[in-house]
Design a protein around this ligand. Structure first.
Ligand SMILES: C[C@H](O)[C@H](O)[C@H]1CNC2=NC(N)=NC(=O)C2=N1
Length: 118
């Protein structure tokens, strides 16, 4: 398979199946720094999350914008929490209330945008 980060997000329809646990386990091997957050009791979606560390707030903000641009280009958008020294990026697919390959593609693209804490 091409590098996950080089893939394009596919058009995902409501009703498409969410990834199985086996597929998730397999895809996670490509993005080992990310965690799958199980859906909370209230039926929230399963999500894919990573916290990125930065030296200050402006570096965190610049990364936030870079991820936002990539998301807009892909037509697939994350939740972004930007704090002093940290950006927490969470991916899931709203339409299917779960995880889709697109979320792993975007996680891999997000990793490529991160040039470290300094
Ligand atoms: C109309 C628009 O393309 C859709 O709502 C897109 C936008 N970005 C999206 N982002 C994510 N993460 N999930 C979606 O289902 C989604 N849908």
């Amino acid at each position: 398979m091409a590098m996950l980060a080089e893939l394009k997000c596919s058009v995902c329809q409501a009703g498409d199946p969410s990834l199985t646990d086996a597929e998730i386990t397999d895809l996670l091997k490509n993005v080992p720094d990310w965690q799958v957050i199980e859906a909370a009791e209230n039926g929230q979606a399963k999500t894919l999350r990573r916290a990125f560390k930065f030296k200050d707030f402006l570096s965190a903000l610049a990364f936030t914008n870079a991820v936002g641009q990539a998301a807009e280009q892909a037509g697939h958008h994350p939740a972004l929490l930007t704090e002093w020294g940290r950006v927490t990026v969470t991916w899931w697919t709203h339409k299917i209330h779960g995880l889709h390959e697109n979320d792993f593609i975007m996680a891999a693209k997000t990793d490529q945008l991160y040039t470290g804490e300094s």
